[in-house]
Write a protein that binds this ligand. Sequence first.
Ligand code: UDP
Ligand code: LCN
Length: 820
Amino acid sequence: ASSSGPTLKRSESMADNMPEALKQSRYHMKRCFSKYVEKGRRIMKLQQLLDEMETVIDDKNERSRVLEGVLGDIWYSTQEAVVNPPFVAFAIRPSPGFWEFVKVNSVGLAVDAITSTDYLKFKEMVFDENWAKDEHALELDFGAFDFSIPHLSLSSSIGNGVNFVSKFFTSKLSGRLENAQPLVDYLLSLNHQGEKLMINEALNTPAKLQMALIVAEVYLSGLPKDTPYQDFELSFKEWGFEKGWGDTAERVKETMRSLSEVLQAPDPYNMEKLFSRLPTIFSVVIFSPHGYFGQADVLGLPDTGGQVVYILDQVKAVEEELLLRIKQQGLSFKPQIFVVTRLIPDACGTKCNQELEAINGTKHSHIIRVPFRTEKGILRQWVSRFDIYPYIERFTQDVTVKILDLLEGKPDLIIGNYTDGNLAATLMASKLGITQATIAHALEKTKYEDSDIKWKEFDGKYHFSCQFMADTISMNAADFVIASTFQEIAGSKERPGQYESHVAFTMPGLCRVVSGISVFDPKLNIAAPGADQSVYFPYTDKQNRLTKFHPAIEELLYSKEDNQEHIGYLADRKKPIIFSMARLDVVKNLTGLTEWYGKNKRLKNLVNLVIVGGFFDPSKSKDREEISEIKKMHELIEKYQLKGQIRWIAAQTDRHRNGEVYRVIADTRGAFVQPALYEAFGLTVIEAMNCGLPTFATNQGGPAEIIVDGVSGFHIDPNNGEDSSNKIADFFENCKVDAGYWHKFSTEGLKRIYECYTWKIYANKLLNMGKIYSFWRHLNKEPKRAKQRYIQMLYNLQFRRLVTNIPIPSEEAQPPPSKP
Ligand code: UDP
Ligand code: LCN
């Protein structure tokens, strides 16, 4: 292949183009590669590759010339290189989801394309040569079970699995009427606690069903549209129809029409419509074992943040949607949603020791708490999410018994959250044979660099061996996966996605995952959450403003004295406020923001800084990261002499009041800043935007997708504090000159939210997925069963053994964490 243009053609692989490109800069490249191999075996990231190239080609122009063409394309899309003299292997990622691996001999610059498995082995050589060379090292290959399952092929379709699956149904059912038999069988199986729905045995073939539908439609055309189903229920039953088609003649007719269309000549539109109407989901179990899961006084406690907010809002939205759909189906069942979490006897003043709690704002949904049991009895205290794996199996067994009892039957859908919840969901769904969804509010693997290959270094503290194994198990067991953003699945141009990082990875000494999950798997879907709009509404919505909180918020922001709830003060009240709120974790980078502010005189002159997070006495925390962040905050305030310009407020647990805080900040014509080193989604970003507060948020992770930079808010680079703080300062300078500037970003932020980030949109998508993937499961029974067997073996032989490495705390050793 020749390299005439500066960019690679899609049809040509890197390995095809690389030899010629290396030849053209042979002199420089030979020196460059000698430099790379000089230090022996190691892993290099892109920046290192570029830095070391710089020491070899010190002339800047010459360097740009070398990196202008194909070589630049290769280098800049390299995620990582592994040096194993005389070879250097490159992991190249030309675009999201697409990877290529090549091995270059530093002596003669010969290039070979290698497989991902060979690349993983090459990487293992750096850490554990014996393992890398062991022919019988454990390899996991989930892809081997997927040969019969169709996959997407376009990057642009990633995260839209539902759409692909309904097209696939369409083609599967097309051609001859008999091809619709699986659909008929599926309809025949529908029931609610034994009560038949949709059709009965009288209509057990596509031909009989088709005829009956024609007769029914003619009959319905003669009725007034709003005739209730009960009025014609008896004749319908004689023809073979059961309840569930609709509440009125009109709705029944529409549903029947969709099915008739599908039987005549299926198309994805009618297919999706039909499934969205099927009465298949009435009860849902949602797992979220770790942390403090409660409705009051829990936010900001260690491991307790957005996941809790997400689930409570999700339940409200899903229940509302279920109520609506059940009514429209002409049924009178009550939907039941159970959020299952652990019961913590030492609940530190929260309600986390209460077994059953009704969920506010819902009619039929509850939190159920089940304690963690061990041979030593019930675990009384909070445990970190990193140490939670020893309890999950028994917990799930206890939960299953309880749920079957409460529901007097099986639930219709099980949803897991985060690694522990997803594992519990997997165990329960596999036992009961129920459709399962997983949600990963964050997959921990991408947060810690090289945490897979260096797992042994991390394991004592974080137990990633358990976590990554559990994640791999549950993403494979799940019928569908709910992601919040595209980047969560397949990342961005620069950074691989969270799921993408599980495509192929290795943990030397433990297992080599040659195929963990594919980002092109049609089970992956995006459904972004929203923010509760009764809590987070625009600052302009005067009638609804919670003025009763104003005196307290005034005190919180502006009083002069330090106390338990706040330290620091704002000397100049006239300045707008930049505001941030998060758990005081390292990744949240609140200390980073404080430092940028401290260093940027211009910004300090323009605005005050208000931070909500953690609390002030490090000796009261038992969370490793939180302790170091608390100390760092104190040091920064001292170092940059920030008293008078900063207000640091302890974690706030009242979301109604927090909503009003965002709005009061908007009243000062301030902004919200979310500076995280990495953010999976970022609920605070959409909360702020819902309140009409212009928002600056990290370009690493979900917020990069929520905000369109320079349109509905701004992206900031957490790794470049100077640029970021200047970008914020520029904004406030512009606002000084033109007051309309602030309003423009406030309005555009809101517009973005209403178009893409509401719970209504979410609930609709979620239920449609639940319905479509239940049929998908039904169609793919055999491969599903094979995979399940493989997963069970892995769980039994590998996961259970790993879990025994995590110590179970004794009660005395673990004082309960303090409350902020
Ligand atoms: N939050 C809060 N008080 C605090 C810190 C956070 O109420 O002191 C809330 C915040 O409003 C948001 C959630 O906790 O609803 C944090 O979610 P996010 O997605 O931003 O981060 P996470 O904590 O889940 O990583
Ligand atoms: C956990 C996180 O870390 C956040 O990024 C998300 O917004 C939150 O959960 C809700 O999904």
